[in-house]
Design a protein around this ligand. Structure first.
Ligand code: THU
Length: 131
């Protein structure tokens, strides 16, 4: 699957964000090595800390369905769903990615002009914690 196709699925998932507290809507689309896609949105909570990011929603959906091999994730986000800049994954989500992915896992982020950037997990989480 092409990065722009995966990013389009992430944009669609962003529309399902539950973000009544921040208003910042995020969508993610996670591609498995076998070609399956799992989408996710951020799901906020009145108590704030139970909030789940879009990327982790996608990972937890996939892992709970038995997936273990991942190729790439696309992430988009913006205030009230309007994309004004790149939405790189937060540190917690990067740590979750590292749990299941190698350093060559690809992360696509897109800006308002439709141009996207590609990073590896190794670039986004150098020196990440492992046992
Ligand atoms: N958020 C994500 O869904 N993914 C990220 O990588 C960064 C932040 C969400 C969490 C919260 O609902 C909102 O964006 C504002 O932080």
């Amino acid at each position: 699957m092409e990065p722009l196709e995966l990013l389009a699925l992430a944009k669609n998932a962003m529309l399902r964000a539950y973000a009544p507290y921040s208003g910042f809507m995020v969508g993610a689309a996670l591609l498995t090595k076998s070609g399956n896609v799992y989408t996710g949105c951020n799901i906020e909570n009145v108590s704030y800390s139970p909030t789940n990011c879009a990327e982790r929603t996608a990972f937890f959906k996939a892992v709970s369905e038995g997936e273990r091999e991942f190729a790439a994730i696309a992430v988009v986000g913006g205030q009230n769903g309007v994309i004004t800049g790149l939405c790189p994954p937060c540190g917690v989500c990067r740590q979750v990615m590292q749990e299941f992915c190698n350093g060559d896992f690809l992360i696509y982020v897109i800006g308002p002009d439709g141009a996207y950037d590609t990073y590896t997990l190794a670039q986004m989480l150098p020196g990440g914690f492992t046992l």
